[in-house]
Design a protein around this ligand. Sequence first.
Ligand code: DC
Length: 233
Amino acid sequence: MEWMAAALQNVGMTAATLPLIAIDGPSGVGKSTTAKRAAVRLGWQYLDTGAMYRAAALAIQRAGLDLSDRASLERVLATLELSLNEGRTYLAGEDVSEAIRSQEVTVLVTPVSADARVREVLVEQQRRIGASGRWVVDGRDIGTVVFTQACCKVFLTASPEARAQRRFLELRAKGQSPSFEAVLADLQRRDLADSTRAASPLRKADDAVELDSSDLSLDQVVDWIVARHQAHL
Ligand code: DC
């Protein structure tokens, strides 16, 4: 059980910590599924911040907006009515859970999530949501920016090949027939963009513990996170 060792290190909780588990990491590492399952196991709520960036990208796409048009961007952000409920994402009351997973939105969300003003607006909403209750939150900057006082921070990684293989199998199961090379190239494009952008780039928080899930099952990763959390209590 070598992979479990870091989870069981007792690091102790301080008065400043918040009842939040922050899970950051690159695209396709299985953060959402892991975070959702960990939340169910603990009886906590789950917040998918990636869905929020995707919904913002969809709103920008529908407005036919160019990100360089700052006045129009401000208007869209001022009227952005975003909500998440029971795993569904809503934009002004409309269920956009499927629409935000389209390839167009997946491409557009990279520049949208790199925009400092978009991040400012969404981070404020995320903090408001996280201020009540107990949450498992996944994203890219949760431990470094959004909830620096989270009681437990996990940086989940896996090799690009392992992530591409999982994504490739998922797409095949959905009846699509992508090439493995195309899936890998898309993940590498997103890794590079997420980790080199100026605004809140993807990086491990100093006090986060890293878990490489390349050779672990989903259940093992969830067990590890729950054990890690319990080691803080
Ligand atoms: O996790 P995801 O693929 O659904 O995220 C969609 C995009 O949003 C992705 O390009 C990374 C970005 N993102 C971010 O910049 N910060 C977050 N906290 C969550 C997601």
